[in-house]
Design a protein. Sequence first.
Length: 399
Amino acid sequence: MIDILTFGCRLNGFESEVLRETAAKAGLDDAVIVNTCAVTAEAERQARQAIRKLRRERPGVRIIVTGCAAQVNAKSFADMPEVDRVLGNAAKLDVGVLLSSERLVVSNLKDLAELAPHLIEGFEGRSRAFVQIQQGCDHGCTFCIVPQARGPSRSIAVERILAQAEKLVEVGYLEIVLTGVDIASWGRLDQLIISLLKAVPGIERLRLTSMDPAEITPELIALFKSEPRLMGHLHLSMQSGADAVLKRMARRHRRVDLLRLRDGLPDIALGADLIAGFPAESEADHQETLELVERLGMAHLHVFPFSSRPGTPAARWKRLPGDVVKLRAADLRQAGERQSEKLRTSFVGKSVCVLVEETGRGLSEAYLPVVFEGGVPGTIATVQIDGVQKDRLQASIVS
């Protein structure tokens, strides 16, 4: 039996399902695969803590560490006495490598030009299915270690994307989520969406994972307005709302791009990744970000205190005091919660469509959790929103 412990992004979640199927078909058993994240030092710390706990609780099991942290810090994981094997991101989905006994298999990702797509049959315990369209990143954000962990941007051919989506719809998935490291770099994302929804009419809901604001085109905005199957929810890799900080981060968007996006899509639910306390961020910069969160109605925030990543330009810069970073992260989370509460309240008394994830619980088009009585997992139900219950909507099924 294979157990998989996943940290980090949705792409890691997708790859964990590929790993589960690959390992099962290869006959690999009695092992735990730890699929790590390297975005922050805290993510790496949590992975190490989990590995130590696994070894205490299951002393005889093989522990295989892979993912982004294993890619960029392979030796440090290999030096852990609890770890049996370490596999880099290019190696982890290779059946031959999985079945081998080589303890450390990590390759250089810089020269990778192609991406081998993986067709999978489903997602254990999930009512939504993820389809990878892209891997890697070509941008050089000064804080980010992802290009080192994932390699250059490589896209999957449209034919393979359509085949994967069709396969998942055939087994009953109604919502498809397009995922990757930088999905906007796939190419004409609006054309891919049009092709996908035309070729696979069984997709009832299509959702996008995190988007670079610099790549949200007028054509994509128009598609959000005209295509009801494209969910009205966007999560942005925003990072800051202050132009001075965005410039220091080497981000390609500015405040005006975010304001134009909100003007173009006034009703869409917005979320964002934000870094609190970036080096040289002033109090005025922080206030600009808070103001923009409020102005844009950012209801789904992922706030990360700045984490220095070895090998990145920002790692060489003077950091802000830890207590300042902590307070700014708390400010941002509070601002996000205020906007989330406003968004939830705005749906009271309205009818919405919900993907039932398990009996009594589902997810709205705006990516809000909804609770209700009954419901068949994997189906889409129309519900009446009766009120707000803490961080979720309380509803009654209409049909």
